[in-house]
Design a protein around this ligand. Structure first.
Ligand code: F6R
Length: 607
C-alpha cells in the first residue's frame, strides 16, 4: 500500500503532485505529504488523514518548486499521525516509501549510534538517514542513494530528493511497483500508470531490483547487479478520467448498480458468437491439459476462487486446490508437475498474490491471471490472462469485480469441461446460454434493493450476524460476512450450513440475524432443515433464495429475498447482489464510510 508520485519539470509541480496523489488514494488514506526543492533546499508539507487535509494545509502554507515527491500512506509501522507521514526528511534528503523495510531496527540502531536523531516510529525514515549518512561520509548523491538502497532488506518502492539545489529524482524498486513516466520537458515517477495518466501515457515499468536516476529529459537505469539497462517504453492504455459517482451517493452503490453492464462486457469477451462455446485462447490448453489446478487469491477474490473449486471439480472433473496467497507462499505446497495456477485479483498488485505467482513460476506451473487491472504486475507476469472487464472499481469493498471474477471462472470451468470432454457440446451450450442471461438476471436482482434497505436496520443494531450456505453458496456466506464486517465494522461470520451443529449454533439466541443463501440446488432440502433448526432457536432468519424455493421458507424466515430462478452456474454470481445491498445499507444506517472504511486500502501492496 501507500502511493508515490514524483515530478521533475520546468513548471511548478505541487498542484500536480496533489492530483497524482488523489489518484493513488485507493492505496491508503491515513496521512499524506509532499516535498519539493524550492531553490533554498527541500520544503515539505504533511497532514494526517485524507488528501483533502493535505490540500488544506498546502492552501494555508503553500510550497512550490519544479522538482518534488509526494506520498499517501497506509500505516504499517507507527500510527497514522502527521509526524509519521511521508516524506521523511533530513537536512539534505527527503524520501517517500511504499513497502516494509524488514531490517529497519538494526539500521536505525546503527545510525542512532552514529548520532542520527529519528523523528518518527516508521520503518521508512531509516532510508532518509541512511542516504544522509552516506552523504556525510563524502559520497556523491548517486552513490549515496545506491549505497543506501543496497543496505535495505524487505520490500520497497522509493523516490528521493537529495542535495540542496538538485534537479534530479532518485528511484528504486524491490517488491513494490514503480513506473517512470515521460512527458515533454518533464519526467514522472509513480506507483502506477494510473497516477500518471493525467500527465503522460508514455511509461516504463521498473523491474525488480532496478534503481533509476531521473532527470528532466532522461532516465538512467541500473539493474540489481548494478549494470546499466534499458527498459521498454510503453503506451499505457489507462484513462486519465477519474471515476465519478454520478448520481449515486457512494462508489459502492454505483458499482453495485454497474453489474449488469460489467457482467455483459465480461461474459461477451469469452463466448464465441458463432459457436456459443467458451473462448479461452491461450488459457484453454493450460486448463485442458493440467493434472491439477491451484487457485490463489486474497479476501473476496479468494472467495471467488473457492466458488470456482466447486465448478471446476463438478464439471471439468479436475482437482482444484484453493489457497489464501499469504498462506500458500510460505507453506511449501506440494505442487503437481503438470499443474496450472490461477491468480485472482482485482488490483493485480496484491503483494501476497504476486509472491505466490512468482513461487508457482519458479516451480514450473502454467499461470493464468484473472485480473481487473490489465497493466498490473500480476497481469504482466502471468503466462496468460482472462481479464475481468468490470472497469475501475473505486469503492474499497469489492462488488462488481467479484461478480466479474465469478463470471470468468464460470466460463473457464465450462470451457475447460468442454475441452476435457467431461461435458458434451450441448451441455456446454446450455451453460453458456445461462451465463449469457447474467445481465438480465442481475437487473432483476437489483430490484431487491429496497427490501435489503428495509432489513438493514435489523443488522445495524445486532451485535453479530451469521451467514450460512452450502456447496458453492458456502463461499458466498463467507463473502456476505466479509462485506458486512468491512463496511459496517460489525461482527459477522460465514459458515457452511452443515457445520452449524459442530459449534456455531451456540451463537444463536433470540433475535440473532442469520442470512441464509439458498437458491434452488441439489442441497436445498438439507439447507431448509438447517433453517428450521435455527428458527426454532429464535434466529431472525433472512433467506436469500429464488422463486422455485421461496415457499419453503414460509413460516421460518422473517424476510425472504426472492431472486429470479437462477439456471446453471448463475446462482452464486447473482446471489452476491443482495449480500452487497445488505452490507451497503447497513453501513449507510450506521454512518460509516463504506467507500473508504477505516484501516483498509483498495490495493494491498505489502504483505
Ligand atoms: C474485500 C476486498 C478485499 C480484496 C483483497 C484482494 O471487499 O476487496 O478482500 O478482495 O484485498 O484484493 P485484490 O483482488 O486486489 O487482489
Amino acid at each position: 500500500m501507500c502511493g508515490i508520485v514524483g515530478i521533475i519539470s520546468t513548471r511548478p509541480v505541487s498542484a500536480r503532485l496533489l492530483e497524482g496523489l488523489k489518484r493513488l488514494e485507493y492505496r491508503g488514506y491515513d496521512s499524506a505529504g509532499i516535498a519539493v526543492f524550492n531553490g533554498q533546499g527541500i520544503k515539505r508539507c504533511r497532514a494526517a488523514g485524507k488528501i483533502v487535509n493535505l490540500q488544506s494545509a498546502l492552501q494555508e502554507s503553500p510550497i512550490e518548486g519544479t522538482c518534488g515527491i509526494a506520498h499517501t500512506r497506509w500505516a504499517t509501522h507507527g500510527r497514522p499521525t502527521r509526524t509519521n507521514a511521508h516524506p521523511h526528511q533530513t537536512s539534505q534528503v527527503a524520501i517517500v516509501h511504499n513497502g516494509i523495510i524488514e531490517n529497519h531496527k538494526a539500521l536505525r540502531e546503527e545510525l542512532i549510534d552514529q548520532g542520527h536523531v529519528f523523528a518518527t516510529q516508521t520503518d521508512s525514515e531509516v532510508i532518509a538517514h541512511l542516504i544522509q549518512h552516506h552523504l556525510d561520509k563524502g559520497l556523491g548523491e548517486t552513490d549515496a542513494f545506491q549505497a543506501s538502497i543496497d543496505k535495505l532488506e524487505g520490500a520497497y518502492a522509493v523516490a528521493a530528493l537529495i542535495g540542496t539545489h538538485s534537479q534530479t529524482l532518485y528511484a528504486a524498486r524491490h517488491g513494490s511497483p514503480l513506473v517512470i513516466g515521460f512527458g515533454t520537458d518533464e519526467m514522472f515517477v509513480g506507483s502506477d500508470a494510473f497516477a500518471l495518466a493525467p500527465f503522460t501515457q508514455k511509461v516504463l515499468y521498473l523491474e525488480e531490483g532496478d534503481s533509476a536516476i531521473v532527470n528532466i529529459d532522461n532516465v538512467t537505469i541500473k539493474d540489481k547487479a548494478g549494470a546499466p539497462v534499458t527498459r521498454d517504453i510503453l503506451t499505457a492504455k489507462i484513462s486519465a478520467v477519474m471515476a465519478e459517482k454520478g448520481n449515486y451517493r457512494h462508489f459502492m452503490e454505483k458499482e453495485i448498480h454497474e453489474q449488469p453492464e460489467s457482467l455483459a462486457r465480461t461474459v461477451a469477451a469469452y463466448i464465441d458468437p458463432d459457436t456459443h462455446l467458451p473462448l479461452l485462447d491461450d488459457a484453454g490448453p493450460l486448463l485442458q491439459n493440467a493434472d491439477r489446478l491451484v487457485a490463489i487469491a486474497c479476501g473476496t477474490a479468494f472467495y471467488a476462487a473457492s466458488v470456482a473449486k466447486y465448478w471446476f471439480e463438478q464439471y471439468a472433473d479436475i482437482h482444484v486446490e484453493t489457497d489464501i496467497a499469504s498462506e500458500f507462499r510460505y507453506r511449501h505446497p506440494a505442487l503437481a508437475k503438470n499443474g496450472t495456477a490461477l491468480f485472482i485479483s482485482q488490483s493485480g498488485e496484491t503483494a501476497d498474490t504476486l509472491a505466490a505467482l512468482r513461487y508457482c513460476k519458479r516451480a514450473g506451473l502454467g499461470t493464468i491471471g484473472i485480473v481487473n487491472a490489465p497493466e498490473s504486475s500480476i497481469a504482466r507476469e502471468t503466462n496468460t490472462n482472462l481479464h475481468t472487464l468490470a472497469g475501475p472499481e473505486i469503492g474499497v469493498a469489492s462488488t462488481k469485480a467479484f461478480t466479474a471474477q465469478l463470471a470468468v471462472l464460470a466460463l473457464g470451468a465450462i470451457g475447460s469441461a468442454h475441452l476435457r470432454k467431461t461435458i458434451s457440446d450441448d451441455e456446454a451450450k446450455a451453460h453458456i446460454e445461462a451465463l449469457e442471461h447474467l445481465p438480465t438476471l442481475c437487473k432483476a436482482a437489483l430490484e431487491t434493493e429496497q427490501q435489503c434497505a428495509s432489513i438493514a436496520p435489523t443488522l445495524a443494531q445486532a451485535s453479530q450476524t451469521l451467514f450460512l450456505g452450502r456447496g458453492a453458496y458456502f463461499p458466498l456466506a463467507l463473502e456476505g460476512a466479509l462485506k458486512l464486517k468491512e463496511v459496517t465494522y460489525l461482527h459477522a461470520e460465514g459458515y457452511a450450513a452443515g457445520e452449524l451443529k459442530h459449534g456455531p449454533i451456540a451463537l444463536i439466541e433470540e433475535g440473532t440475524p442469520v442470512v441464509i443463501i439458498a437458491p434452488n440446488d441439489a442441497l436445498i432440502e438439507k439447507t431448509i432443515s438447517n433453517v428450521e433448526e435455527i428458527a426454532a432457536r429464535g434466529a431472525h432468519v433472512i433467506a436469500i433464495t429464488d422463486k422455485a424455493c421461496a415457499s419453503h421458507f414460509e413460516g421460518q424466515a422473517r424476510h425472504t429475498i426472492c431472486l429470479p430462478d437462477l439456471p446453471g452456474l448463475t446462482g452464486p454470481i447473482i446471489s452476491a447482489i443482495p449480500l452487497q445491498f445488505l452490507a451497503y445499507y447497513t453501513a449507510l444506517k450506521r454512518g460509516t464510510n463504506m467507500d473508504q472504511p477505516r484501516n483498509l486500502a483498495k490495493s494491498v501492496t505489502v504483505e
